[in-house]
Design a protein. Structure first.
Lengths: 365, 278, 289
């Protein structure tokens, strides 16, 4: 059963359109990530669900109840804010109790819920402290605790990891993963970090330019990006897009010709693509390997070597100025300025039409 | 204070000049203090006598026994505390609304309030005297308190302070189901305590020291504030009990504000650093 | 929930706006109206148009008062500003000693005008003042500060500077705090001397504060009243009568409310013109640069 339903959500600030007829369904207990660059409308969408912004059109339903006209406190949602938004003058206990008191929850019930949440989040010792006396990680937990005690039907998390340092971020990711196991509610997280979204979410909603670009499981989106934007935005380092044209032929799959004249055979079905049509060849680094310069059809000069230890990304510049990223072993001996050969795994390559629409290999080779 | 210039200590010549300056600041006060602890008789011929003993507290005893002086003290306390409380309440309510709520003519009304910063008291005081006469407000506490509540500065100050509080807090409170009144009272107002203290101290000092308005509004000696009462004593110097008594009155009248100043000194400095200069 | 929220906002500002309108704005407008009348304190009114303003322009007492007021502002504002800036520069450091000095230089500001004049009367007066006692001890004749035409204005200026020093010092200190320390470090690395640093780093950085101090002080000193009234009563021979003191005398000595109000409007205009001129002079150069 669907928990949250958004129908045709529309929003503009003055003349600036920020959300253009966005529709979405979230299942019960599902963890959704809204992923997109800043200005994509993802935060606005979250705030419309919370009731902090009023949409110009459209409907918001939660558990079969239409909520878009309700005040934020009556919607059955809880939110963890980017900067936590803990009340600085209240103790941790008071912070968690504030919303429950406003809702008229009986005192003993408030105490019980706080005690349980504090135990789960391991902040029992901090209950009488004020936020100013706590570390960033502890504040983050209190913010989560304040959401948990409300027992909402939907959790909203606004960039929950963006304020934490690298070590804490990893730990909090684990905690968020555990949180979704513990609570009987759906979760929506807003983030601009694709790695976060891929790690935590059951499904990702990629937003850009006021619209949902693609919805799907992380691996589905990674493997079959709907368009060039999604392809570039999801995955790190980003997918390389090389301009190419469809080469003449009559096989089942498309063969493309690159600017340098080299041709690449893909596993993308030919249907509907005219000969000579301009396309972009999409290559993830793991689908481009290094080869001796004279043994490959494509050569480039190395302009950057990014060593991650277990593997190495090699950025190469082709004769026509295009840049391609290849993946090599961790012990790669390639150095800046080397001329290298590039071997493209055409079976895994993607094609993007002139309007950005993605076409993908028929099946894994 | 952070951000002081790199050289920490005061160099010799600068220190010497500062000491001279401090002496110029303090000597008049010390002189007043000395005069206040001399008997009126001893000062009659030669005020230089104040520089040597014997000293006495008889002037202070006389003040405490003086019905009028204690009455003035009470008036000053009521007027200053009333003004301060009123300014804090009105400025907080208006500042919260201007900073956080949306209502018709919000921007124009705020500009209208800011206009008040440019209006000198002189342009208002005579017609107001006329208006209060018609309303029968002279020689009353409301008559002394109401003009002090119209200052735009407090509203401006509190609006700026409310604006500086992150909006996320409002949103968290909204999600916590708080009404606007609850948001104001339980969430935001407690965060403005430092601003309340600062605004309160300045309002109290200004009200305590106000001279022009109480001088023309309170015309019977029972309704004088300390400031006005002392002025009347000063101008009728010939009829007072003498120099020592007058000076003791001055010291006596300064004690409350000096106490307020010493308690809130840090607040005053911090507030100026934070708000007066943008 | 939209409509109530919009009304709610008005309810929060209404109490202040009501008082502001009735006790400040309404009298302001009333005053402009009264200034066109021959009016006394007891309600008699007769429309005379610009009659009061014409009288003021020809009134030697008013000329003298305007002259005295401008002279006082000139004798007070520049030295007060310079002194305050110097003190702030010296005291802009985090030491205990600097904090004590800051406290001392601000202490006089919390006193009321009544106390200040009381203190200074018994410094300046030639029969029992501290300066007279000192002069006696040195075998000199005490100067009659409060009864000599030539000395009375400087004496009031001195008293006022002593009283008003604290606030500008605090404002300058606040302004100096906003100058980032690394700018000074960069200047030191560039081998800038003390004067160069002040002239090219500090002064431009606190330009706005300087403007604020000068504007506030000018507006304040043009309204100088209590010191003149209490120290000298405007004497001798009107030699220390300021505009506000003249307004006070006309209104509460001669009961001529209409004329007094017209004088107040003239002062209001003077203050607006002078402060706006200062603002324009400073910001104009900013725009050009």
């Amino acid at each position: 059963m669907s928990s949250l339903v958004l129908k045709d959500i529309h929003k503009a600030y003055g003349d600036t359109l920020v959300l253009d007829r966005v529709s979405l369904e979230v299942s019960a207990r599902e963890f959704i990530a809204f992923l997109g660059p800043s200005g994509s409308g993802k935060s606005t969408l979250l705030r419309i669900i919370a009731g902090l912004e009023t949409p110009d059109g459209g409907e918001v339903w939660l558990d079969g109840r239409r909520i878009d006209a309700l005040p934020p406190g009556d919607r059955g949602v809880a939110m963890v804010f980017q900067h936590y938004a803990l009340y600085p003058h209240m103790t941790v206990r008071e912070n968690m109790a504030f919303g429950l008191r406003n809702a008229g929850v009986p005192r003993h019930e408030i105490d019980a819920r706080i005690a349980q949440a504090a135990q789960v989040l391991e902040i029992e010792a901090q209950l009488e402290k004020k936020p100013g006396q706590m570390s960033g990680g502890q504040r983050q937990r209190v913010a989560i605790g304040r959401a948990i005690v409300k027992q909402p039907k939907l959790f909203l998390l606004d960039e929950p990891l963006s304020n934490l340092d690298a070590a804490l971020r990893t730990r909090t990711r684990v905690e968020l993963a555990q949180l979704r196991q513990r609570v009987d509610a759906a979760l929506i997280m807003v983030t601009h970090d694709q790695a976060e979204a891929m790690t935590l979410a059951d499904r990702m909603v990629v937003l850009n330019e006021r619209r949902i670009q693609q919805m799907g499981t992380p691996m589905d989106i990674y493997a079959r990006p709907a368009n060039a934007f999604v392809a570039r935005f999801v995955g790190s380092p980003a997918m390389t897009l090389v301009p190419a044209t469809v080469a003449a032929g009559d096989g089942r799959f498309v063969r493309v010709r690159l600017g340098s004249g080299a041709e690449v055979m893909t596993h993308v079905p030919r249907a509907g693509l005219a000969d000579g049509a301009p396309v972009s060849l999409g290559l993830r680094p793991e689908h481009v390997a290094l080869a001796p310069a004279d043994a490959a059809t494509l050569q480039g000069d190395v302009i950057l070597v990014e060593r991650l230890g277990d593997r190495t990304f090699v950025y190469a510049c082709l004769a026509d100025g295009m840049e391609i990223i290849a993946q090599d072993v961790g012990s790669s001996a390639v150095r800046f300025g080397d001329r290298v050969g590039l071997r493209i795994d055409g079976n895994a390559a993607h094609l993007f039409e002139a309007d950005g629409t993605g076409r993908h290999a028929e099946a894994a080779p | 204070m952070s951000g002081a210039s790199p050289r920490a200590g005061l160099s010799g010549p600068v220190l010497a000049l500062l000491l001279v300056g401090a002496a110029v600041m303090l000597t008049p006060m010390l002189w007043t203090l000395l005069l206040s602890v001399k008997s009126n008789a001893a000062l009659l011929g030669d005020s230089g006598a104040a520089l040597s003993p014997p000293y006495t507290l008889e002037n202070y005893r006389a003040i405490l026994a003086d019905r009028l002086t204690s009455r003035w003290l009470l008036n000053s306390l009521i007027v200053s505390l009333g003004t301060t409380a009123g300014v804090l309440v009105l400025s907080s309510l208006a500042g919260f609304a201007f900073a956080r709520l949306d209502f018709p003519f919000r921007r124009s009304l705020f500009l209208f309030v800011l206009l008040g910063l440019a209006i000198p008291e002189q342009a208002v005081i005579l017609p107001r005297h006329q208006l209060f006469a018609e309303l029968g407000l002279h020689n009353s506490y409301p008559g002394l308190i109401l003009p002090g509540l119209t200052g735009s500065f407090g509203v401006f100050f509190m609006t700026q302070y409310f604006r500086a509080i992150p909006r996320e807090l409002d949103e968290a409170a909204l999600l916590d189901g708080a009404s606007r009144l609850r948001l104001f009272w339980s969430v935001l107002l407690p965060l403005t305590v430092p601003a309340q203290a600062t605004l309160g101290v300045f309002t109290f000092l200004a009200s305590w020291n106000d001279y022009w308005w109480p001088l023309i509004s309170a015309t019977t000696s029972d309704h004088y504030t300390l400031t006005v009462g002392l002025a009347s004593a000063q101008m009728n110097y010939a009829q007072t009990s003498g120099l020592g008594f007058l000076m003791a009155q001055a010291v006596f009248a300064s004690v409350p504000i000096l106490i307020v100043y010493i308690i809130f000194q840090k607040q005053i400095v911090r507030a100026m650093a934070g708000t007066a200069v943008r | 929930m939209k409509l109530p929220a919009r009304i709610e906002g008005l309810a929060f500002v209404a109490p202040f706006l009501l008082l502001y309108g009735v006790v400040l704005i309404w009298p302001l407008l009333m005053g402009i109206g009264i200034s066109f009348h021959r009016a006394d304190l007891f309600g008699a009114r007769e429309w005379i148009g610009l009659g009061n303003y014409a009288t003021a322009l020809a009134d030697p007492v008013v000329h003298q008062a305007i002259g005295n007021t401008l002279l006082l502002a000139l004798l007070i504002v520049p030295p007060l500003t310079a002194l305050a800036l110097l003190l702030a520069l010296a005291l802009n450091r985090a030491t205990r000693g600097a904090a004590v000095f800051r406290g001392i230089f601000f202490s006089s500001s919390v006193l009321s005008v009544t106390i200040v004049t009381l203190i200074w009367r018994f410094i300046l007066t030639p029969d029992a003042g501290l300066l007279a006692v000192a002069a006696d001890a040195l075998g000199r004749t005490p100067l009659p500060f409060l009864s000599d035409q030539a000395l009375v204005i400087p004496a009031i200026a001195m008293t006022t500077i002593w009283w008003s020093l604290g606030f500008p010092v605090m404002l300058f200190l606040a302004g100096l705090q906003q100058v980032p320390a690394d700018v000074y470090e960069a200047a030191a690395l560039d081998r800038a001397g003390r004067w160069t640093t002040f002239r090219h780093i500090t002064l431009p950085a606190i330009r706005r504060t300087l403007l604020l101090v000068v504007m506030l002080q000018t507006a304040g000193q043009l309204q100088l009243f209590g010191q003149a009234q209490l120290l000298t009563g405007g004497g001798p021979g009107g030699g220390s009568r300021t505009i506000v003191l003249a307004i006070f005398e006309v209104a509460f000595g001669r009961w001529e409310l209409g004329y007094a109000t017209a004088l107040a409007e003239i002062l209001f205009a003077m203050i607006l013109v002078v402060t706006l001129l200062q603002y324009w002079l400073v910001t104009r150069r900013e725009d050009a640069g």
